[in-house]
Design a binder for this molecule. Structure first.
Ligand code: AGV
Ligand code: CA
Length: 319
């Protein structure tokens, strides 16, 4: 069976890095490129951690680029600094960042090149704002024909959002809010899109039960993942500040049995203005898309635990 080619566009958060690890564990996935959106991170941290994770998996052929599109609504600085913690872990310090994997073209251009040159329609997984893909398909609409599907962690459809700003009514999710125009443009492109909104990710908080289950696996990879997730628990237990497996769930959509997922098809609209910039809601006159309206947390966690027993991390002997 041939592998499914994938472009991964992430924004360097702790769960974005965990998502990269899980993606590299999936035997049916062939990662072609990693695009970094400088959103919920500082891009130097995100680039170095990305290259080091690729090295852990000996993924030397994967091209990497940092984007230069900046949305109008910056993430809080505390959140952007959080993933620097991963850089300080011994397994990251011991790993090597191969800068020759970086291309000089910005991330939206790398995306165009990789989509256009793919021998079969490619999947785009996005766990940060949608800016790079939106720019790529607006400038070169023919690319749409070579996109098999798009999975995007973004939106809050029938639940409240997670943006708490003075000029916002709380209906948006942060990835959609960082660059509301890109959110609108992505929906308007009517790609074969599955949104992974807060409706589904709310099922997967990083709980103590989850961390205890993870601690029992005992592989170098599960230990490393456990250390990364441990860095998120200072957010527990206030609801607004709970850390969820937002991006990790979106990543699992690429590989978990479909009976773990409830996907709803419909039409959605997105706002680009205050007070609800970045809100995505169901609207019969909106754009065709589908979204993960629910997820079976137990099946997803079993799948994550299974992936973390992968032998793919050949350069990660111990932590
Ligand atoms: O809204 C979820 C998105 C995901 O892509 N990000 C974090 C995930 O990578 C923003 C975010 C919401 N709440 C946060 C976030 C928090 N408490 N800390 C860091 N980032
Ligand atoms: Ca993210």
């Amino acid at each position: 069976m041939s592998k499914q080619p994938v472009i991964f566009d992430h924004d360097g958060g702790i769960d974005d890095l965990l998502s990269l690890i899980l993606l590299l564990c999936m035997p049916h996935i062939e990662l072609k490129a990693v695009c970094i959106t400088p959103a919920d991170c500082y891009p130097d941290d995100a680039l170095e951690s990305t290259l080091k994770i690729l090295h852990m998996f000996n993924a030397t052929d994967v091209k990497v680029s940092v984007g230069n599109i900046i949305g109008p609504n910056p993430f809080p600085a505390d959140w952007r600094a959080q993933p620097r913690f991963c850089r300080a872990l011994p397994a990251f310090l011991r790993s090597q960042a191969d800068l020759t994997q970086c291309v000089s073209a910005p991330a939206d251009e790398l995306m165009r090149q990789v989509i256009a040159s793919s021998h079969e329609p490619i999947t785009v997984l996005m766990t940060g704002p949608a800016s790079n893909l939106a720019a790529a398909v607006i400038t070169v609409p023919e690319l749409k024909q070579n996109i098999a599907n798009v999975v995007w962690m973004g939106g809050a459809i029938d639940v409240r959002g997670n943006v708490a700003m003075h000029d916002h009514n709380g209906t948006a999710e942060w990835n959609a809010y960082w660059h509301p125009q890109a959110t609108y443009d992505l929906l308007a492109a009517e790609l074969p899109l599955v949104l992974v909104p807060l409706d589904a990710t709310n099922r997967l908080p990083v709980s103590w039960d989850f961390l205890e289950g993870l601690s029992k696996i005992g592989t170098p990879l599960s230990e490393l993942a456990g250390q990364c997730w441990a860095a998120t628990v200072t957010a527990i237990p206030a609801y607004e500040f709970t850390y969820f497996m937002w991006d990790v769930l979106a990543t699992c959509v690429l590989g978990v049995d479909s009976d773990a997922l409830t996907i709803t098809e419909g039409r959605c609209q997105a706002s680009t203005n205050t007070p609800n910039a970045g809100q995505i809601w169901q609207d019969n006159s909106g754009f065709t898309c589908s979204w993960l309206s629910d997820a079976d947390a137990k099946k997803i966690i079993d799948y994550i635990f299974c992936l973390l027993q992968s032998k793919n991390a050949v350069n990660l002997s111990n932590c």
